[in-house]
Ligand binder design. Structure first.
Ligand SMILES: O=C[C@H](O)COP(=O)(O)O
Length: 214
């Protein structure tokens, strides 16, 4: 299972969490990665953890003030990038352009979407993976695998029907090892999570619990 920890703009110490993610990754068969804010990419990547950007813009070098250029994210140490997160939505054409920009810079891609229908559309754009996240469950602590298992199963089927090579992650409310196992049982190859680690009193213990049953 792939466990991708998004730090959003939570007030945690990104290097501390990244170090914990790196250490737990080394102690488990699961694959762990962390997505800090863009301004923290370089410091996080220096820990040796697999590092992801939270967003990339569909642009090339040039006059694009305030945008996130894929090559700059890669230079800062990003290995991959989220695209179209629920809190950073893009238009369809821009999702397509962002996937192209990420691939141009050698970044792995996860395109997020709200529901199975959008997952099918996202998979058609050729990312490495898609992540289904019902927005109403994000940050609630109620896991999507428990509250809405069908959305995960339907997302897996939607992606498979479009492109079986596109992996499917699920996210929203995932905070325990049991949640991760349940996601895997529904067909997901990974989970995208945030508050369960970034807002935990002890992020390292939260990570250890997440991978314990894997
Ligand atoms: O990127 C992560 C997702 O939005 C899930 O967030 P959450 O784990 O806080 O529900």
């Amino acid at each position: 299972m792939f466990v991708l920890v998004n730090l959003k703009t939570y007030p945690c110490d990104p290097v501390d969490v990244a170090t914990a993610v790196r250490d737990v990754d080394e102690a488990t068969d699961a694959r762990l990665a962390v997505a800090p804010q863009a301004a923290h990419l370089e410091r996080v990547a220096e820990t040796g953890v697999e590092t992801w950007a939270q967003h990339v813009d569909p642009i090339d070098y040039g006059s694009n003030t305030g945008h996130a250029l894929a090559e700059s994210l890669a230079d800062a140490g990003a290995d991959g990038t989220l695209i179209n997160h629920s809190e950073r939505r893009l238009k369809l054409a821009d999702i397509d352009g962002a996937v192209e920009a990420a691939e141009r810079a050698g970044l792995e891609t996860v395109v997020c979407a709200n529901n199975p229908e959008q997952i099918g559309a996202a998979a058609a754009l050729g990312p490495d993976a898609v992540a289904v996240e019902p927005p109403e469950l994000i940050g609630t602590g109620t896991p999507v695998s428990q509250a809405d298992p069908e959305v995960v199963e339907d997302a897996v089927e939607a992606a498979r029907n479009v492109d079986p090579d596109v992996s499917v992650l699920c996210g929203a409310g995932i905070s325990t090892g049991d949640d991760v196992v349940a996601a895997g049982d529904l067909g997901a190859e990974g989970v995208l999570l945030a508050s369960g680690v970034a807002k935990a009193d002890d992020p390292r213990a939260a990570l250890e619990d997440l991978v314990d049953p894997l």
